[in-house]
Design a protein. Structure first.
Length: 196
């Protein structure tokens, strides 16, 4: 797989703290596509005190998912932007079965998703990582209680999506533990053999 390959549509999944954001930027950069993080868009709206941000914040602060209608509408708008035309990487979307259905509808243009990269990691290790990040970044959703709730919500609502995408032959499971560069290599190797 070469970096000038066009039309890449990638979904990146994994539990909170598995390093999705970091890997998303590297992969997207490699393929020349935007990394679209719903968490980042929500956080920007919270910071900007927009209507969307005010609505989303109470869910985020509790470690719960923002309602599907709000999230879906936001992603629909984002994917309609011209920079998403040649492809995109979705970081943190879809996270519920209803979002999968909605995304299927948005992508019903003959260019389905190429790959769903799932980062796997030990949940206690992730909780430790997130607590450390909380100290550095001071995110409101990084208290221990909320961190644990976010892991639960992932297991309950998002982990089942892996089976749905596996049924479509799209899942590439990657061990997300270890050095950032090592994980990046695993992802590129796996994407290449999947494409090959
Ligand atoms: P993240 O940075 O991706 O972990 O997202 C931070 C928070 O934003 C999540 O805990 C949710 O409250 C909210 N969020 C992000 N993406 C979604 C989504 N696809 N569906 C619902 N809520 C989301």
């Amino acid at each position: 797989m070469t970096s000038n390959r066009t039309g890449m549509r990638i979904i990146l999944m994994g539990p909170p703290g598995a390093g999705k954001g970091t890997q998303a930027k590297v992969i997207a950069n490699h393929f020349g596509i935007p990394a679209i993080s719903t968490g980042d868009i929500f956080r920007a709206n919270v910071a900007g005190k927009t209507e969307l941000g005010v609505e989303a914040q109470r869910y985020m602060d509790a470690g719960e998912y923002v309602p599907d209608e709000i999230t879906n509408a936001m992603v629909r708008d984002r994917l309609a932007q011209p920079d998403a035309e040649p492809g995109f990487l979705l970081d943190g979307y879809p996270r519920t079965l209803a979002q999968v259905e909605e995304l299927d509808g948005m992508l019903a243009d003959g260019h389905p998703v190429n790959a769903v990269v799932v980062l796997t990691a030990d949940s206690e290790e992730l909780i430790a990582r997130l607590l450390q990040r909380a100290q550095i970044e001071g995110r409101a959703d990084d208290t221990e209680e909320v961190i644990r709730r976010r892991q639960e919500v992932y297991t309950e609502q998002t982990a089942p999506l892996i089976e749905v995408y596996a049924g479509r032959g799209l899942v590439v499971e990657i061990d997300g533990m270890g050095e950032i560069d090592a994980v990046t290599h695993r992802i590129f190797d796996a994407l290449e053999s999947q494409a090959g």
